[in-house]
Design a binder for this molecule. Sequence first.
Ligand code: GLN
Length: 203
Amino acid sequence: MPRIGVLALQGDVREHVAALAACGADPVPVRRADELAGVDGLILPGGESTTIARLLTAFDLADPLRARLRDGLPVFGSCAGMILLATEVLDTRPDLLPLGALDIAVRRNAFGRQVDSFETELELTGVPGGPMRAVFIRAPWVERVGPGVGVLARILDGPAAGRVVAVRDEVRLATAFHPEVTGDRRLHAMFVAMVDRASANGA
Ligand code: GLN
């Protein structure tokens, strides 16, 4: 059973812990470097990316986390977590230095004020079982996808149609929306499978 951490500095930690447990993983909240050292994978939850970035530094987690991500730690970032994983953040406040683990450029608060928060249906590549209900809360979108990063989902209609909102590479998964709040566990199950595969390859 893979041990999967949920970064527990700010944001919707409990929902990710519950989703991971439902997918057969062993979830652990991560606040300290020794807790980070013991996990096979990590979720960066939604919340406020500048706050989480500041707390990572305050808790002496920024450098150990960068090091583990460089070594290929499987990671899943949702919303603020997606922003933190990016190599490039557009329209950022100058104090947000992303972790640079996933080769994407992300625009913060991309959907603008009028559609601050909304729900829609998405078709996800490689995720069987039909469309997924997706909840967006002051969400980013992805404006550049590097080589080796695959697009899993785009907005289907409305003014933002075609915008990329879910991506992955071999060991990293990122969504602009919050799969932990809908009860649809397919993306958490996909991440647990990614962690399993990475652990098997490393063993
Ligand atoms: N807008 C937030 C940020 O920039 C992200 C919102 C979220 O995680 N729900 O960090």
